[in-house]
Design a protein around this ligand. Sequence first.
Ligand SMILES: [Zn+2]
Length: 412
Amino acid sequence: MTEIGFPWRFEGSELQLLRLLHRKDGWTRSALARRSGLSSATISVTVQRLMEHGLLRESGAWTEGVGRPAAVLELSSEAWSVLTYELAPQSIRVGLLTATGQVLETRHHPFNAESSRLNAGDLVGAMARMGRQLVDDWSDGHTSQVGGGTRRAGAVIGAAVSVSGVVHSGTLVHSAGLRLRDVPIAEPLSQELQLPVWVMNDMDARALAEFRYGAGSQRDHMLMVAIEPAGIGAGLIKKGEPLQGSQGSALELGHMTVERHGLACPCGKRGCLEVYSSEAAIVSRAGVLQQRRAGRDAGPAATACETAQVESLWRLATSDSNIRRVFEDALDYFGIAVSNLVTLLDPDLVVVGGHLMRLLHPWGMEKLVSDVRSNVFQPGEKEVRFVPAALGPDAGLAGASFFAVQRLLGHV
Ligand SMILES: [Zn+2]
């Protein structure tokens, strides 16, 4: 018997099946037997017990093809729920997620990290209050319409946090956007909520969500790259786990050096990808161009980046070759960085996400693929595939929640 963050005690075989069903869809009883090594009789009894507890059910689908059709099993969305947070420079978001990664409800508390100085106590206190309120509101049979069905919240088994910054062992080591350094989150939040808590980098969380629920299609070596208003990031998912590095800063793509003695980056280095390819960099360079044209001296580079500014610049780019050149330059640097990552990591799939790449689609994707194909060192026969990200703004919540449950189920 194993005691974990659940209100039930699981037999070893039950845990084994829950791990497989949480990790992937589309299991039949015989596939579970083959994968787990358990006998068919044990699988039958275990599946029956898990169904009686309301943790899994038959999906209504049947396998087709050779052999007798077999019922497909799935995790029940109400098997459990996970309280999940997203910390970004403009807001704290909290959501209650089902066992199958769907969002029942999210709430957000806006703040401006640039103007209001956050301290660690305030942050964790605000997170705990928001989380408790959300769980309380859902504890009395509250329902929500998700994906065409009525959903209830299962027992809350843990909490997960996705944060824009470097995370190591439950501590936010550094976040330029949140203006925080060395803030322990997992332990104090766990004490406040009386739940196990896991904290991870937002890009790792989004990459993990694409792997499990989106465009990643469960590939063994999936790389995700993204250009977001807040910065440039990457995540590598190897067999369902993010590569985090020894101190949590693996794949900080935005701070890969792409120009020796280049422009100064807010991180303190020079020549980082972020100062050439981010939305802030595009707005800044285009602003300098437009000021020159107006006969004024180039002023200081813009620091605040508005999503709307990039969108209006992209509309201008159709008729203004100088503005278009700014976008091409930004993608040239991004292509170099992504080629280097592909050469180093040898992924079999690259998921491309973020606001800028969505805005520039399909031109941006075609340019990126062509740049990488001409620069990458891949001596094997297979060419790396590129796909656009499939998930929306809740991907970070879904990925962090998946990460926490993997740990609760003892998968990692
Ligand atoms: Zn930098």
